[in-house]
Design a protein around this ligand. Sequence first.
Ligand code: GTP
Ligand code: MG
Length: 358
Amino acid sequence: MFDLLKNKLTSFTEKLRQGLEGKVRPTAEKPVEEPNREINVLGEERKPEEKLQELRQADHRELKARVGIGKAVAGLFTGEVKIEEKDLRGFLEELELALLEADVEQETALQLVEEIQRELNGKKAKASDLNGFLRLEMKKALLKLVETKALDLLGACAKKKPFVVLLLGPNGAGKTTTIAKLTAYLQKHGKRVVWAASDTFRAASIEQLEEHAKRLGVRVVKHTYGADPAAVAFDAVKAAEAGRFDVVLIDSAGRQETNRNLMEELKKINRVVKPDLRVYVGEAYAGQALLGQATEFDRELGLDGFVLTKIDADAKGGTALSLLHRLRKPILFVGTGQRYEDLVEFKPEFIVERVIGG
Ligand SMILES: Nc1nc2c(ncn2[C@@H]2O[C@H](COP(=O)(O)OP(=O)(O)OP(=O)(O)O)[C@@H](O)[C@H]2O)c(=O)[nH]1
Ligand SMILES: [Mg+2]
């Protein structure tokens, strides 16, 4: 069963890929806009929540069960039908398609379909609204399958002072911008924030941070380029302790999981300041690449959660489902644009609805 489905999915993804050729489809390689420091003046009119709503309402596959005529007639008398594997076939095929089209990673899609099949098989449903019942059950099952322990950032910050957060991830994913957005969010909730300029590697990274700091009124603890990032983070924590700040956010240089030196550098920050939260910042549309990378970072350093950026450029959400299902770590926020307020608390319902319809 597993192999059969797997083969089917493989040829299916191939067809999908061919079908999608030529269509606009962001990939990990998609060039992102050059860092635009004019945050808040981009003329964006929609609120982040409105953007999400728009994404949620995009077209969806029609998920329908096909019940044989005999069973449908029997259902008319008894008022309910017992769902069997053969009734689910078409429905589950559509679900597979919906998951793959939403960029859910193949192995995850396969597991989700199998688990949902197990969940629904043998259930009794009202004959008058079989499809409605199935959709609801499937949504519940999907939500259960991607369930993670929620992470209450503000609650955690209230318990420990200073609360130390390390942001890490690949180049250009949006770490520094997310630090600025997170700060705006924390300030809105009355928290005092200090930054550690621990990206001492990329040219102009410290100036980029200082530019944001000026706008947000944040203190930046910095050394010079080439300095030890762990030492910068250590000093920032000390400064926060002395000044009774609530939160320390540590910016780090972008890196690939294959770069040993930079991975060792992160491990050193991890050892020296023992962050309370290690947050991986990744692009929502990076798909399979992100899943592989995040798995490796988690193995090396231990991750506590994710921020998925640029969801405004992706809209599909499959990466989030794969991440939740495979790594079982919470997604704290999603980035919906370049302004400070374009950071929205993540709810799994959004992604599930996005993939299979509301
Ligand atoms: N559309 C969109 N753009 C974003 C989002 N988050 C970040 N960006 C943009 O992505 C670009 C890179 O952001 P940075 O914050 O500099 O990324 P970084 O991970 O710190 O990059 P490095 O330090 O070079 O590794 C900038 O142009 C940001 O404005 C988002 O949620 N949506
Ligand atoms: Mg940066």
